[in-house]
Design a protein around this ligand. Structure first.
Ligand code: SF4
Length: 277
């Protein structure tokens, strides 16, 4: 029997494509058309839980906007037509056979390439024409929101899903593998959340068997409350964990009970929170 394609099977299909892929997303609850702006696999974070295979080299860093737009248009058309009768998509569970979103989320931070604004415009135009009503999402670590070229391009997206994996500088550096200042991320989140609601996506994991301690979770909640107190709006918080093979074998998932307890801390502070175990 053919393998059923579901969210546990996150292999990318349409391998001939350079930028646009399709996965069944558990968080989007359906087919997510992904746009990868980092074919070179470069990222300004180095999260130990990252699932990008950097052992094999990536492609050129330059993004060909016209090629990307063409791949996206083709897949948007197929999602409204023959895709669901084509292997492996014909094995997707019926309730997941829906185009859930178009998401900029690939092998690195999507806002870093210089072509980000042009690709965002192209994706917005294709979505408007071929899949109106399907949300265009940006999954981002928010490191570059303070740059004008990035901030302007954010307006092309319906939703911003922003990473916040920590509450303290020290833990942030560990779980996101960066020396970029935590303050920069927090300031950027506030900057944009003052203009429009953002979604916070927080991955919590066990590192050498140990999850974040209570003080870290309290600090994480505190950082979100600071955004709110500063006039920022948080639509909701997504709490999830490692689902696939991470780059660092010290990383493992937290169990559902622990994730629920973390989400409960956010809810107790008045934030809407959902768990994706
Ligand atoms: S920000 Fe995303 S792509 Fe970059 S290292 Fe972290 S998990 Fe990987």
């Amino acid at each position: 029997m053919a393998r059923r394609l579901d969210y546990k099977d996150h292999r990318r299909e349409l391998e001939a494509n350079r930028y646009v892929y399709a996965v069944v997303s558990r968080r989007a609850r359906g087919l997510s058309i992904g746009v990868n702006l980092n074919p070179d696999k470069a990222c300004n974070f180095d999260c130990p839980y990252c699932q990008v295979d950097r052992a094999t080299p990536g492609g050129p860093s330059r993004v060909e906007v016209a090629d990307l737009a063409s791949e996206l248009e083709d897949l948007l058309r197929r999602a409204a037509g023959d895709l669901w009768t084509t292997p492996p998509f014909d094995t997707v569970a019926p309730e997941l056979r829906r185009l859930a979103d178009v998401a900029f989320a690939g092998d690195g931070e999507p806002t870093t390439p210089p072509e980000f604004p042009a690709t965002a415009r192209a994706a917005r135009e294709a979505r408007d024409r071929l899949a109106p009503g399907v949300p265009l999402r940006l999954l981002t670590n928010a490191t570059l929101f303070h740059k004008d070229r990035v901030r302007t391009a954010l307006t092309e997206f319906d939703e911003l899903w922003c990473k916040l994996d920590a509450g303290t500088e020290q833990y942030f550096q560990i779980v996101d593998g960066t020396r970029l200042p935590f303050r920069r991320i927090l300031d950027n989140l506030l900057l944009v959340a003052r203009e429009r609601p953002i979604v916070i996506q927080s991955l919590f994991l066990a590192l050498d068997g140990a999850g974040p301690d209570e003080a870290e979770i309290a600090a994480w909640v505190e950082r979100m409350l600071e955004i709110r107190a500063g006039g920022g709006r948080i639509d909701h918080v997504q709490v999830y964990t490692v689902a696939r093979t991470p780059s660092d074998p010290r990383c493992g998932p937290l169990d559902g009970e622990r994730l629920e307890a973390i989400a409960a801390r956010a809810r107790a502070a008045g934030l809407a929170a959902a768990v994706y175990a």
